[in-house]
Design a protein around this ligand. Structure first.
Ligand code: HEM
Length: 459
């Protein structure tokens, strides 16, 4: 086996360098080693691939390369042991199908107006002239939407507690001092409720108990008028035809809720950052949205071409998930001229693929037009991964992103507090803006001009 070349730096130092500057470090590694790079973790080679042909092979050679749930064990603390991320084989396929069916088009359409309403409600609470952290406001929006769509909860004590606990357990650390302290070994010691890790585990336990209680209640009080995903899941059967247990249903709920709170909020926080750094992009977006007139139908917003291109460009330039989940070589396989032995880990590197100059000329430039000029394949543009573990919420995430952005931009005037570039920070899964994007609420937006179709109508 000839492994692709890679840095010989000890893994602890490599991690430090990566944490300090994730994008800069990956750019440097790509420049030095190219499309495939091997990083050793102990005696296990992990090969990062950023060539579309290689990525296609990783996602489609399902006989030789698997998407083992065991490789995602480190996330089980947050997702539970029976979440989709932890499963493989038939069970994994079956649970994915259940969740994907739950995010069907009709349900999405039905929640479009509600996404706009919740966005309006939460953003209108920001005081004029006072800075606020965009990530926190956006997380409030995406988590509220997630809890409502997935669990059917809108308000009340349990809703508030679940929302609060989700935000605590899945929290991104926005304070630079705490970001540093969390890297120190003592942070991970469980010394009971008063130690940071002990407290986190206690909150996680409380969250899991509340989710379990909600599943139990939903099962006991079967209500045919409910339209949420949980009420569908409690009636579903597992791959052997048996009803699923309450724990199984609970664990199945956690990934979508965690993704709504984490991945979607991160993508939207980066969106506000990019759009407000680039006035021409913001003006073009507003021109397109304004053309729809007052209170447009959500379905007409999601088909806007420039808005779609902006969302794609945000997910290209700063993909929220830098890597697809790891894949395992199960039997010897050749990928782009390299023979890989059983046990090698292969990773589709989303960030590096999105930075390729041959695919995205002038790749560091934020340029949505590239998505209007060219169609990219699923192995060239892959913010939602691919193959057996491709994101189940990709369509919903884009739908939500567009509606939240259109609502905020068309109704409010916001500005970045500082033009200083926002530093990316990696939390083991997502790459989020380290300071959370500090913004200023300038007030309600006055529409600049008449919508075009009204002018035409009056002629
Ligand atoms: C902008 C927002 C989002 C981004 C960028 C994103 C990205 C991703 C990526 C890159 C993967 C890994 C795919 C792979 O390994 O090939 C993934 C998996 C997953 N995503 Fe998302 N995601 C987003 C939002 C969501 C939402 C809203 C949901 C739920 C409704 C969701 C649910 C999941 C689940 C359950 C998996 C694991 C699938 C499996 O293990 O089979 N994601 N996502």
């Amino acid at each position: 086996m000839t492994l692709p070349a890679g840095p010989k730096t000890p893994s602890w130092l490599l991690n430090q360098k990566f944490q300090a500057d994730p994008f800069g470090y990956m750019d440097a590694v790509y420049k030095r080693y190219g499309d495939m790079v091997t990083i050793m973790s102990g005696s296990t080679p992990t090969v990062h691939v950023s060539n579309p042909s290689g990525i296609k092979q990783i996602f489609t050679s399902t006989k030789e390369i698997s998407a083992r749930g065991a490789l995602n064990r480190s996330f089980a603390l947050f997702t539970g042991n029976q979440g989709v991320l932890q499963l493989d084989g038939l069970r994994h396929k079956h649970r994915r199908k259940l969740l994907m069916q739950a995010f069907h088009g009709e349900r999405m359409q039905a929640c479009g107006r509600r996404i706009c309403e919740l966005t309006e409600k939460i953003i209108s609470q920001q005081a004029i002239g006072k800075p606020f952290v965009a990530y926190s406001a956006i997380e409030d929006i995406t988590l509220s939407i997630g809890i409502e769509v997935v669990m059917g909860l809108r308000e009340g004590e349990r809703y508030n507690k679940i929302k609060h606990l989700f935000a605590c357990v899945f929290k991104h650390e926005l304070s630079p001092l705490l970001q540093f302290v969390r890297e120190l070994p003592f942070w991970r010691w469980n010394l009971g409720q008063w130690s940071p890790t002990g407290h986190l585990l206690h909150q996680r336990q409380e969250l899991f108990e509340l989710l379990y209680a909600q599943v139990q209640e939903c099962r006991q009080q079967a209500d045919s008028s409910r339209t949420d995903i949980l009420s569908e899941l409690v009636l579903a059967h597992d791959e052997t035809g048996e009803p699923m247990t309450n724990e199984e249903v609970r664990d199945l709920l956690i990934s979508p809720l965690g993704a709504a709170q984490g991945a979607s909020a991160t993508a939207l926080a980066w969106s506000l950052y990019w759009i407000h750094r680039l006035p021409t992009v913001r003006d073009k977006l507003l021109e397109e949205i304004d053309r729809l007139g007052k209170d447009p139908d959500p379905m007409s917003i999601v088909t806007l071409p420039y808005l779609s291109a902006v969302c794609n460009e945000i997910l290209r330039i700063y993909p929220t998930q830098l890597f697809a989940f790891p894949r395992l070589v199960e039997s010897p396989v050749e990928v782009m001229g390299h023979e890989f032995n059983v046990g090698t880990i292969l990773i589709a590197n989303i960030y590096l693929t999105h930075q390729r100059e041959d695919l995205y000329p002038n790749s560091k430039k934020f340029r949505p037009e590239r998505f209007l000029e060219k169609q990219f394949s699923a192995y060239e543009f892959l913010p939602f991964g691919g193959g057996a573990r491709v994101c189940i919420g990709g369509t919903f995430a884009l739908f939500e992103m567009k509606l939240v952005l259109a609502t905020i931009l068309s109704h409010y005037q916001l500005a970045l507090v500082s033009q200083r570039p926002e530093r990316p920070m990696f939390d083991g899964l997502l790459c989020y803006p380290a300071r959370g994007v500090n913004m200023l609420m300038l007030g309600q937006r006055q529409r600049q001009r008449q919508p075009q179709h009204l002018i035409t109508d009056s002629l």
